[in-house]
Design a protein around this ligand. Structure first.
Ligand SMILES: NC(=O)C1=CN([C@@H]2O[C@H](COP(=O)(O)OP(=O)(O)OC[C@H]3O[C@@H](n4cnc5c(N)ncnc54)[C@H](O)[C@@H]3O)[C@@H](O)[C@H]2O)C=CC1
Ligand SMILES: O=C([O-])CC(=O)C(=O)O
Length: 342
């Protein structure tokens, strides 16, 4: 047996709770998390898997397979069907567990089906998680579910809650990479604004390719309006139509990217996209989780300040934030928000 070099340094383990762990995204996520993709090769991970009773057996199956991978960084795996126990001491809560949409549904159609999950989970995180807990909401409609969860966690700073729009960001990078014939790593300063839905605004106005801003024919407005923006905004539906199920591996990959950057920071000179609580930045309505261009440093997200926005960009963003306000009103109507959040 090869001995580990004496210099191998090990950080304290990070505890990650994943809800919906027996589902499609869970299956694509947990093995990469256990292999060290979130926090790097020096940080062991303790996994806590939450499922509803009907999904617990599948989650146990995933736990058996995790065991069989013999990941050196995997400190423990535990399966729960009770939120209070699953979130006990957790550092990172990944809220995936929810029903996915099927062909013909919009993400907002999931509101009534899924929103009821996130209040109790927010409360369980509030009462049980570690002091520094960070939360990423993935289950749709993700932005509004993040609002519900945070509203039920009064002791946790709202900035610790996020909703995932990194998948939209990555989709946009891939489309730009195809268009301009460069690796995605050469494309910086992409931004997703608004809701994780087809009203989102994928904005290339600050994009740089190999460090140079887009110019001339690269800014083909008809291509942006008729092809790029709808391709990115409707990609989730395209995946459902082609794959027959909603995106799972690409969603898991985006979760890894999001958590990784939150802990490790975004690269100098670039930013990414995440939905965070709006305090009115860029004219957005305060009190909804809205996607912005963000940097991460010191374990916190920072909305990129002082970007110029055209009138068209502002009106596209307003369409998406109007949808967020409508979702907020709908869940308030369903009694899913505490009164002071309405
Ligand atoms: N924000 C994003 O970028 C994306 C979000 N999604 C959303 O992620 C969610 C999950 O998608 P999949 O994994 O494909 O679905 P899935 O149906 O394969 O798995 C969901 C799992 O969640 C479990 N679950 C349901 N309610 C739960 C609860 N209260 N507590 C714990 N577990 C619970 C189910 O038993 C199931 O095993 C869906 O809402 C989907 O729309 C999917 C792709 C991208
Ligand atoms: O579209 C869906 O229902 C799943 C999802 O959020 C995505 O793929 O972006």
């Amino acid at each position: 047996m090869t001995e580990r070099p004496a210099t191998t340094q090990r950080n304290q383990p990070v505890t990650v709770t994943v809800t919906g762990a027996g589902g499609q995204i869970g299956y694509a996520l947990l093995f990469r998390a256990a292999a060290g993709a979130m926090f790097g090769s020096h940080t062991p991970v303790r996994l806590r898997l939450l499922e509803i009773p009907a999904g617990v057996r599948a989650a146990h199956g995933v736990a058996l397979e995790l065991d069989d991978c013999a990941f050196p960084l995997l400190a423990s795996v535990d399966v729960f069907d009770e939120a209070d126990r699953a979130f006990d001491g957790t550092d990172v809560a990944v809220l995936v567990g929810a029903r996915p949409r099927t062909a013909g549904m919009e993400r907002k159609d999931l509101l009534a089906a899924n929103a009821g999950i996130f209040g109790p989970q927010g409360r369980a995180i509030n009462d049980n998680a570690g002091d520094d807990v960070r939360i990423v909401v993935v289950g749709n409609p993700a932005n509004t579910n993040a609002l519900i969860a945070s509203a039920h966690a009064p002791d946790i700073p709202v900035d610790r809650f996020t909703a995932l729009t990194r998948l939209d960001h990555n989709r946009a990078l891939a489309q730009l990479s195809h268009r301009f014939g460069v690796d995605t790593g050469h494309i910086t300063r992409m931004a997703i604004w608004g809701n994780h839905s087809n009203t989102q605004f994928p904005d290339v106005s600050n994009v740089a390719v190999k460090g140079s801003p887009l110019a001339g024919s690269q800014l083909d407005r008809a291509w942006l309006r008729d092809e790029f923006i709808p391709k990115v905004a409707d990609r989730g539906a395209e995946i459902i139509a082609v794959r027959g199920a909603s995106s799972a591996a690409s969603a898991a990959n985006a979760i890894i990217d999001h958590v990784h950057d939150w802990f490790k920071g975004t690269p100098a000179g670039d930013w990414t996209s995440a939905a965070v609580m709006s305090r009115g930045e860029y004219g957005t309505p305060a009190g909804v989780f809205c996607s912005f261009p963000v940097t991460a440093s010191g374990g916190a997200w920072h909305i990129v300040p002082d970007l110029k926005m055209s009138d068209e960009a502002r009106s596209r963003l307003a369409i998406s934030t109007d949808e967020l306000l409508a979702e907020r009103a709908a869940v308030a109507e369903l009694g899913l928000l505490p009164v002071h959040h309405v």
